[in-house]
Design a protein around this ligand. Structure first.
Ligand code: PMH
Length: 387
């Protein structure tokens, strides 16, 4: 049986909370004083862990949190988070009671939704909403002035709902070509012009816009990827106003080390063959952990040196080619720093032909998340690293 407070496998994610705090503090310094930071902690804090990221962001200057779904907001409330939380995605009309109960702000973008939700709203309570405008993302949101006017009217006529914010989302704020971004920003201004009473929060900036375009600040920004220390896109790396500190590391340990003879094979399909006498190590991470088969050939760090993954990646294990005998128990860094070497999240994203956002998100919940503060692993209720 798994005892609470321990995990029993030699693979873990390490999140450096000081990096999260520093990234948030750096953005805070960049923004005028009246601009709030909404820390985007959806998808378990982009795979970093929702609670610890939320706490670090709030301590470093964020004042609001955002998630994708009601479930994620309730999870944060149940873990003791009291800061305001905005659900960015669609919420079902029948769940507005829950939103009121847990004091969760929800996103509204359809007149029919308001009518449907009204039959579920409890009396003498107020549901706080932000209105989402679709200025070109084509995902969710109000697209015309007429629809917006009708929606504002309908919400304002019901004392059980209050409009606290209006927002939109950019599709191309991380690109060098600014034409589409500028079109979206213009449309946002144009749509806002029909809103007579400005709500408390007007927001449209994601990380890329927050780092690049002060004209998008209004009075709040929604900070996601940059908070985790990752660049919104490689194209704008050279434009960053300060260095971002990458918080995510992935580590494992050698659980088996053996000498193969020339011609011996490794893993499913027996596709890898030793060309000479070779030292092969096994690490307990595989595709069920999100370390997917496409990562065959990717390098990992052992004793501060790059060594390749050889043979096919299995569900729970994979093999690496070592330059010489290395003892069982030696730490293997799959993402992060080891001595003077570094494997970045971007390097893994490149190997997978995807974006850096996806990498920490796909490292599955089977891999425990540990937290570092002041260079030391924080001892948490949920996990301790067994010695
Ligand atoms: N606001 C909304 C509505 C979002 O969907 C996201 C990210 C953010 C803010 C934060 O963006 P940033 O991480 O670039 O700062 N959403 C997503 C998404 O849906 N797919 O990738 C990122």
């Amino acid at each position: 049986m798994q005892e609470q407070g321990f995990f029993y496998r030699d693979t873990w994610v390490e999140i450096d909370l000081d990096c999260i705090s520093e990234n948030v503090a750096s953005v805070k310094k960049l923004l005028p004083e009246n601009v709030d930071i909404i820390a985007v902690v959806k998808a378990n804090g982009y795979g970093h862990g929702d609670l610890k990221v939320a706490e670090s962001a709030l301590n470093a200057g964020a004042s609001y949190l955002a998630v994708a779904f009601m479930d994620e907001a309730i999870a944060l409330r149940n873990k003791g988070i009291q800061a305001p939380i905005l659900v960015l995605g669609a919420t079902r009309p029948e769940d507005v009671e829950l939103a009121v109960k847990f004091d969760i702000t929800i996103t509204v973008f359809q007149l029919e939704w308001v009518k449907a939700a009204q039959s579920y709203l409890p009396p003498d309570k107020v549901l706080t909403v932000h209105i989402k405008l679709d200025t070109g993302m084509g995902r969710i949101g109000i697209r015309t002035k007429d629809e917006l006017t009708a929606l504002v009217q309908s919400i304002s006529n019901d004392d059980r709902m209050a409009i606290e914010g209006i927002f939109t989302h950019f599709a191309t704020a991380d690109e060098l070509d600014l034409q589409y971004f500028e079109k979206q920003l213009d449309l946002f201004h144009d749509l806002l012009s029909v809103v007579k009473e400005r709500p408390k929060y007007i927001h449209c900036s994601n990380s890329a816009a927050s780092l690049r375009f002060p004209s998008t600040y209004f009075n709040a920004v929604r900070l996601g990827i940059a908070m985790y220390g990752l660049t919104p896109s490689p194209e704008i790396e050279h434009e960053l106003p300060f260095p971002l500190k990458e918080a995510f590391s992935l580590r494992s340990r050698l659980v088996h080390v053996k000498k193969l003879d020339k011609g011996d094979k490794v893993s499913y399909g027996a596709t890898y063959e030793a060309e000479e006498e070779e030292w092969i190590g096994t690490i307990p991470i595989g595709y069920a952990d999100g370390w997917i088969r496409r990562l065959q050939g990717q390098e990992v760090l052992v004793e501060g040196r790059r060594v390749p993954i050889v043979g096919r990646i299995c569900m729970d294990q994979c093999m690496v080619k070592l330059p010489h005998f290395v003892p069982v128990g030696t730490t293997v860094t799959l993402i992060g720093k080891q001595s003077n070497e570094f494997i970045s999240v971007n390097e893994i994203a490149q190997k997978l032909e995807t974006i850096n956002y996806e990498v920490p998100c796909i490292i599955s919940s089977r891999v425990p998340r540990l937290y570092k503060k002041g260079g030391k692993i924080v001892v948490l209720k949920n996990y301790l690293l067994p010695e």
